[in-house]
Design a protein around this ligand. Structure first.
Ligand SMILES: CC(=O)N[C@H]1[C@@H](OP(=O)(O)OP(=O)(O)OC[C@H]2O[C@@H](n3ccc(=O)[nH]c3=O)[C@H](O)[C@@H]2O)O[C@H](CO)[C@@H](O)[C@@H]1O[C@H](C)C(=O)N[C@@H](C)C(=O)N[C@H](CCC(=O)O)C(=O)O
Ligand SMILES: Nc1ncnc2c1ncn2[C@@H]1O[C@H](COP(=O)(O)OP(=O)(O)OP(=O)(O)O)[C@@H](O)[C@H]1O
Ligand SMILES: N[C@H](CCC[C@H](N)C(=O)O)C(=O)O
Ligand SMILES: [Mg+2]
Length: 531
């Protein structure tokens, strides 16, 4: 693509003025765009981004050496004549602008929904994907688990990719004949303009509770980041019939319902919600009830467990209606069984243990998922969880408190410690647990015979899962929370293969051998119990 075409696009963005262009000679063909100097190719364009860890401007000379025909910067930089230096106010926004143009403005050719909120985004994408697919749409998804469309799936490394990868993926969807795309839009992404220049038809807000305060600092800034989807992106979208789907039962959602300028479908149990669930029964076999919608009333009977999933179903119904599905298509979609990887995913076994792997990694998620399990089971609940390193420290004791409040036994362990010391993360969790009055057990104690609400510490996640399962009795429930679909663990020395579901299956096999042959537990026989 001619450089002049990218520059024209940049000049057309009044929010991000082009401050200066120097060094240009002629109008070169730009054959690729990069924001990572290591990937620059001859005739490429390098965008220098001031990041959290490093300032990309220091790599401009590297990019030039690799043959960059142009660089986009925020600061004046030295470059040989013939390399165009385009200085802008905000290089990340410029990157999104150029990426959209370079890949042929894919979002103008798709129906597009963006989903934001602390919890529920991934789940809503799966529910809506199934609903739209059953209605005959060809659906593409970008989110935490993967980016995918029929015949293609690629595991994700972040929830919302940088604009360059996002626009490229959306362009590939267009080429593959995708008609409807749904993207999870994280607050980091919104702050960093990753989804800028996407033309949205719908925006969804699930809820906002504590997470990511390491990055956003306070809840107000976190909320302001989420609002960008509605106040900025949806408002600026050129699509007709734009719709915001907003959870009215969430206090900040109620603020959005009042203030968002785009027509709103508000969801909730509150009277006056445009999509409202009534006569709801939440049981072990799922959710049943009636949903009132602007298109009429429907009856739903979904296998999804837990009241939090009722909200996810209403958000998915909102996406369906915003995309113009009929009431019947929405009803059929809501009643389908949808497996969301790592979200209350059951680990089957023949030992009468109810083992679930779930992605709860915030206080609210843990509270919701444990409440759901408590409602449907009178058995003992054993929860295994830890907290991610290099992430919001404030949520650690709160997750501890939520786990202790709803569990008979908590096994505190590691999640992805990243650069942090696993023991130090656990030390941040424990005050929340002991604050709930839980009793600390040492390794030689039979935990399931202890009084209600006990905890123990096992930093090795594999052993923690084994401990929980070996400690369970017939009928008991084991929740392994925090890592869900993840197939790795990130520690100081790198990233290792690790999958809670595989670990749970291995631990169940061990329990089976233990039950059937009375072999000693691999955990030094600590859990021998007469029950
Ligand atoms: C905190 C955060 O958002 N970090 C993201 C951010 O990095 P950054 O802006 O700090 O970039 P940086 O590392 O300082 O580098 C600055 C620039 O120098 C460039 N560089 C660097 C080295 C070099 O040799 N040459 C070079 O050109 C880099 O490519 C970059 O353009 O921009 C990068 C490019 O898009 C992301 O990969 C990176 O995600 C990291 C891996 C990350 O962990 N992100 C998480 C926190 C995240 O984004 N999470 C959200 C929310 C999750 C959820 O709740 O669902 C997500 O959407 O996944
Ligand atoms: N609507 C909801 N309200 C509260 N908690 C929820 C809701 N939906 C799911 N959860 C809980 O949050 C966890 C994460 O759900 P999900 O992956 O759908 O959210 P997400 O917003 O995509 O998260 P992430 O930001 O990490 O990608 C689930 O495993 C469950 O424990
Ligand atoms: N997208 C979230 C995922 C957290 C998952 C949890 N397993 C952790 O590592 O903290 C984040 O990056 O904060
Ligand atoms: Mg997600």
């Amino acid at each position: 693509m001619k450089l002049s075409r990218l520059i024209d696009g940049l000049k057309a963005d009044q929010r991000n003025p082009v401050l200066e262009i120097t060094g240009a000679q002629g109008d070169p063909d730009v054959i690729s765009i990069q924001y990572n100097s290591r990937l620059v190719k001859p005739q490429g364009l390098f965008t220098a981004i001031k990041g959290n860890a490093v300032d990309g401007h220091i790599f401009v000379q590297d990019a030039v050496k690799k043959g960059a025909a142009a660089v986009v910067t925020e600061e004046p930089v030295e470059a040989p004549i013939g390399v165009a230096v385009i200085r802008v106010k905000d290089s990340r926004r410029a990157l999104a602008n150029m990426a959209s143009e370079f890949f042929g403005r894919p979002t103008e050719k798709l129906k597009l929904a963006g989903i934001t909120g602390t919890n529920g985004k991934t789940t809503v994408t799966y529910f809506a994907e199934a609903m739209l697919g059953a209605a005959g749409c060809k659906v593409g998804i970008v989110g935490t688990v993967s980016s995918r469309w029929p015949g293609h799936e690629k595991e994700s490394s972040v929830t919302t990719p940088e604009s360059l990868e996002l626009q490229e993926t959306l362009a590939r969807m267009v080429d593959a004949g995708v008609t409807h795309a749904i993207i999870e839009v994280s607050s980091h992404a919104l702050t960093q303009s990753r989804p800028a220049f996407c033309q949205f038809d719908a925006g969804v807000f699930t809820n906002i509770t504590q997470d990511h305060l390491d990055y956003h600092k306070d809840m107000e800034s976190y909320f302001q980041a989420k609002r960008i989807l509605f106040d900025d992106l949806l408002a600026a979208s050129t699509k007709e019939n734009k719709t915001a789907v907003i959870n009215l039962d969430d206090p900040q959602g109620a603020v959005l319902c009042r203030e968002v300028k785009t027509p709103v479908l508000c969801t909730g149990l509150t009277e006056g919600s445009s999509i409202r669930s009534i006569d709801v029964k939440a049981g072990a076999d799922g959710l049943k009830g009636v949903m009132e919608t602007p298109a009429g009333e429907l009856v739903f009977e979904s296998p999804a467990v837990g009241r939090h999933n009722l909200y996810n179903l209403m958000s998915a119904a909102g996406v369906g209606l915003a995309f113009g599905l009929s009431l019947e298509e929405v009803e059929m979609g809501l009643n389908a069984a949808v497996n969301v990887p790592g979200r209350l995913e059951k680990v089957e076994n023949g030992l009468d243990r109810h083992v679930f792997v779930d992605y709860a990694h915030t206080p609210d998620a843990l509270e919701n998922v444990l409440e759901a399990l408590r409602r449907v089971s009178k058995a003992k609940i054993i929860t295994v969880f830890g907290c991610g390193g290099d992430r919001d420290k404030g949520k650690r004791p709160k997750m501890g408190a939520a786990a202790a409040r709803h569990s008979d036994l908590v096994v505190v362990t590691s999640d992805n410690p990243r650069s942090e010391d696993p023991e130090a993360i656990i030390d941040d969790i424990l005050p929340g647990i002991s604050g709930e009055g839980a009793q600390r057990l040492n390794a030689s104690y039979c935990m399931m015979c202890s009084r209600k609400s006990a905890f123990m510490v096992e930093p090795d996640r594999r052993k923690a899962i084994l401990t929980a399962i070996m400690s369970s009795g017939p009928g008991d429930l084991v929740l392994i929370a925090g890592k869900g679909h993840e197939t790795y663990q990130i520690v100081k020395n790198g990233r290792f293969a690790f999958d809670d579901r595989v670990e749970a299956r291995n631990a169940l096999e061990c329990l089976s051998r233990n039950i059937h042959s009375r072999q000693e537990s691999p955990l030094s026989g600590r859990y021998v119990c007469s029950r």
